[in-house]
Design a protein. Structure first.
Lengths: 111, 114
């Protein structure tokens, strides 16, 4: 069964607003990662958070991880039209590099 | 230079045909992967190879056969194509596992089986 579930499935905001996406998973993890996929393109790694970390920042991105609730969130601050993409969480279970992806959140940022 | 490149980008073929997708990475990574993304954008791992050795073999029909001639290449051969094989196939690579398991993806191969 699918490890990660993301919420919301779709999000539409105005430029300058913040966007928050959530991810829940089922089993213990080694780390959790977020990826972005622009339409018709491959996935691009954004940020990795280890299981013993609670929060991580990278530029306008902020990721939190709550292992007790088996959930993570990705916050994009001051969004731009160029942030329009699908965002996926992926859990690393330490099984030979296997990543299990959530179903993704489709973010649309309107100028 | 593209880090992970896969060819072809588009593949349209008839049911029952055999086709191959090629992947190459110039990042010096040890591990390479094949993923399948369906029409709902659900991405699922199919195979992984580490230094030419098969590591992950998910529940994939044996019509799909990966081949890794060296650690920079991982090809995917599909026999007797079926309608349900229509999807986007992504190749990826990573330096190592654990906290170095940051995966770099190719641009994808969109396979349409008619």
């Amino acid at each position: 069964s699918q490890q990660g579930e993301e919420d919301p499935q779709a999000l539409s905001i105005q430029e300058g607003e913040n966007a928050t996406m959530n991810c829940s998973y089922k089993t213990s993890i080694n780390n959790l990662q977020w990826y972005r996929q622009n339409s018709g393109r491959g996935l691009v790694h954004l940020i990795l958070i280890r299981s013993n970390e609670r929060e991580k920042h990278s530029g306008r991105l902020r990721v939190t991880l709550d292992t007790s609730k088996k959930s993570s969130s990705l916050l994009i601050t001051a969004s731009r039209a160029a942030d329009t993409a699908s965002y996926f969480c992926a859990t690393d279970l330490s099984q030979g590099g296997k990543l299990i992806f959530g179903q993704g959140t489709e973010l649309s940022v309107k100028p | 230079d593209t880090a992970v490149s896969q060819t072809p980008k588009y593949l349209v073929t008839q049911m029952g045909n055999d086709k191959s997708i090629k992947c190459e990475q110039n990042l010096g990574h040890d591990t390479m992967y094949w993923y399948k993304q369906d029409s709902k954008k659900f991405l699922k791992i199919m195979f992984s190879y580490n230094n030419k050795e098969l590591i992950i073999n998910e529940t994939v029909p044996n019509r799909f056969s990966p081949k890794s001639p060296d650690k920079a290449h991982l090809n995917l051969h599909i026999n007797s194509l079926e309608l349900g094989d229509s999807a986007v196939y992504f190749c990826a690579s990573s330096q190592a596992w654990g906290d170095k398991n940051i995966q770099y993806f190719g641009a994808g191969t969109r396979l349409s089986v008619l």
